[in-house]
Ligand binder design. Sequence first.
Ligand code: SF4
Length: 379
Amino acid sequence: MTNVQLQVQPAAVSDRPNLLGMDRAALEAFFIAMGEKKFRATQVMKWIHQQGVVDFEQMNNLSKELRSRLAENACISNLEVSRDVISSDGTRKWLLRLADGNHIETVFIPEDDRGTLCVSSQVGCALDCSFCATGRQGFNRNLSSAEIISQVWLASQLLEEEKKPGRKITNVVMMGMGEPLLNFDNTVTAVRLMMDDFAYGLSKRRVTVSTAGVVPAMDRLGDLIDMRLAVSLHATNDELRNELVPVNRKYPLKELMAACRRFIDKQNTRSRITFEYVMLAGVNDQPEHARELVRLLKGIPTLMNLIPFNPFEGSGYSTSSGNAVSRFSRVLHDAGITTVVRKTRGEDIDAACGQLAGRIEDKSRRHRRFTEPRFGMTQ
Ligand code: SF4
């Protein structure tokens, strides 16, 4: 594990609009309201997201007068890097400080053919999945679109400074801290920026939004954007899923699977849904679970990711054995389901799936629920 010297400083906190988090439509509206032509929006997007420029003075294709008006009326404000560590396997994790003092985490995972950035959408998470360190932290608030896209901006800049081959963001997955679909509008704005040719220009197959199964928001998302969807499944029947992924009590598997089918129908051809399945020893990793999974996924174009459980203190779960994972994946393969057994990455820096915790002030009273008996029985 290596600690990295920090080089990026945040812009001063400001109550002026932060242009960093505006998508093209919002920036065009901003410039029109200033009495400017709307093409200024794409000029400024290129400066910010492609050139990494956050000082209006350096935007030399804008007039001097416009630059000074922008400096007076707007800002480009990033998160602050509190900690920056690189794992022995090349995974790099940033602990990022928000203006309110909370912290979130962002992780870059290099692989042979891609570099994936795992981005957070909320400060903590309210969904309380029983195997997830973020869920244990409780929930504080949604991230703004600027706070979401700032993670991509910072990671791009800091990886470029490494000047090493293969250290470039080619894919973004919204699988960090939080449930993106419970922060819907800001997530959609940030995703639009990730895919905009004047910002990060990622193709729709390289941007994935992950959900634990917020069914109405899945429908809305399918109506709005053509991109990849991942569903954190983790269980094959309602009884077990109610325990592992409590949002299942509100949107049970039958509704969730119907929403997946509707999502696929709305997307262009060759779409498929990625299903995430964390392997918990003796809980959900038996061959009968795999067979149940095959029945559940019938008719849905699927990429199945089997994820090794990454233990954290007090989780109460343990990692499935290699044999259990092989048996499980064989059942899926035999049924024609494309299945990938994920390797654990960034374990030595607590950057693996389900390990992101940040440092947050819990506003959900979840912690009190578990420590004070009078809350425990009644909520
Ligand atoms: S797995 Fe995702 S949805 Fe569940 S608690 Fe963790 S961050 Fe929230």
